[in-house]
Design a protein around this ligand. Structure first.
Ligand SMILES: Nc1ncnc2c1ncn2[C@@H]1O[C@H](COP(=O)(O)OP(=O)(O)OP(=O)(O)O)[C@@H](O)[C@H]1O
Ligand SMILES: [Mg+2]
Length: 219
């Protein structure tokens, strides 16, 4: 069964113009998707609907068969879906480990447990141990992005949405991040959806979905 399904989604910021029109698509675990389309096509809008930051005007976003309109969206975002932004959105006053621990602490996990899990995840995304106590401003773009990914891996969320995760990185870092996301999809059975303009990511994704005139077309 698809982990995420979009059923006839429509969305408009104002009455004059629908950004998303009757969009349908399903996303499976163990698969890395590239979501592409022209600037202004509605990629970030669609991501925010999948992430439960907002609800569609009509149609449904189904997570494991359950509409997001029937869920507690805060809980959905905390326990089921991770969102990774282009500009990382790390907390500047928290260290690397504290950033990764944050969602677990919101979920009531003890500091000791959260720290242990944060160290496991930091290692998984190949962050050097000497960086654990550093602040985000002291890290390179690629390192910051890996902290954001490690934070997204907390709470065992099976769906990861990334809005241009390599947009701010040089080609070497960008390649590393892509390979990390690809491993998470293929080895850890996550469903990873990457919004991207990067042609090399489009080439290497398992499935490419394009937004054209508000609809989703599989290529
Ligand atoms: N908060 C908002 N209020 C009104 N219109 C908006 C808002 N956010 C986005 N839009 C409009 O909705 C359309 C889709 O925007 P969206 O950000 O989803 O595009 P995108 O595909 O992510 O583009 P990009 O590649 O430039 O990031 C655009 O026409 C944009 O101007
Ligand atoms: Mg966008």
């Amino acid at each position: 069964m698809a982990i995420l399904e979009l059923k006839n989604i429509e969305y408009a910021y104002n009455e004059r113009k629908k950004v998303i029109k009757d969009a349908c698509c399903s996303f499976e675990e163990g698969t890395l998707y590239a979501l592409v389309g022209k600037s202004g096509a509605g990629k970030s809008t669609l991501l925010s609907l999948m992430a439960g930051l907002d609800l569609p005007d009509s149609g449904e976003v189904l997570f494991n068969g359950r509409p997001t309109s029937e869920m507690d969206l805060t809980d959905y975002r905390l326990s089921s879906v991770a969102v990774i932004y282009q500009d990382f959105e790390l907390f500047p006053l928290l260290t690397v480990l504290e950033n990764i621990m944050y969602p677990m602490q919101l979920n009531g996990i003890s500091e000791k447990e959260a720290k242990k899990e944060a160290m496991r995840l930091a290692e998984k995304v190949s962050l050097a141990e000497e960086l654990y106590d550093h602040y985000p401003s002291e890290l390179s773009g690629g390192e910051q992005q890996r902290v954001a990914i490690a934070r997204g891996l907390t709470m065992d969320r099976c769906l990861m949405l990334a809005d241009e995760p390599t947009g701010n990185l040089d080609s070497e870092n960008s390649d590393n991040i892509f390979r990390l996301l690809q491993r998470l999809a293929h080895d850890d059975n996550k469903c990873i959806i990457i919004v991207t303009h990067d042609l090399s990511i489009m080439d290497k994704a398992d499935i490419v979905c394009q937004i054209v005139d508000g609809k989703i077309v599989r290529r």
